[in-house]
Design a protein around this ligand. Sequence first.
Ligand code: SF4
Ligand code: SF4
Length: 262
Amino acid sequence: MNEPVQITRLSRSEFNAIAGDMSLRRKEMLFEPQLQIDRLTGLVSESVTSASKLPAPDCRRCGVCCDYAPRVPIENDESKRLNMYWDIVSDSEVDVIVDRVLSRDLASGRCVHLAGELAKDVTCTIYKERPRVCRAFEAGSDLCREYRRMYGLDRQLEPGEILLDRAKIKVRSVGVITNAHIRVETVSVSLSMLASDPQVTESLRSLRMIIEVYVDHDVENGYELHRYDPTLETWLENEFMGLTLTRAKRLIKSRSLQIVNE
Ligand code: SF4
Ligand code: SF4
């Protein structure tokens, strides 16, 4: 018999509060990151730090990326084959889903699909069905190494290594979307009901969604990618992560009924 699907709906602020709480609790248990986590890659081919040149560690005896990462995105097609996930909805409109992520265990903070003891013997209980983002994450990459240092599994970097690695990471700019935010805009239109009496009006309310993206961790300069009507189109923030602006516009054009912001 198929297992029942458990979809939990959380508003963005509820989700942020949970993620913030998990990260605070972790902070007390882990080493401080030595490099900027949000600028590190999970791909070995894009890794630049000296530690990423070492032989890859054994994932089956580690599991710390699955324990740590608070936001593991699921794409639309993937959610059809998963039986448990969180839908994140807009704070103001509970029917508008803006993102979808793997469920976390609220007590431990880890991915609900991670079984076993960290750093000893772990397994992913949905290994064959795991999302693309998990498949793409590579052992030995810059981000893997940083997580392992935070959990005390790899040695801490020396001050000289930190300076060198930070400089290498800074020049590594690849022009991809590293953050996306979908927000709601409410449009109200007043219609005059009677030509003879313009005072008699009805107010119509409709929603417009705005997709704003940030490239190469430049959090100061958001780029408005697209506006859409949520009754006609559906997008998730995670669909744009890792794309260049050109590829993101092409994706929107392929599915959108409305004009793409050129
Ligand atoms: S942190 Fe690295 S070694 Fe550990 S499970 Fe993740 S990818 Fe594998
Ligand atoms: S689905 Fe599996 S691989 Fe992905 S974070 Fe969870 S335990 Fe790790």
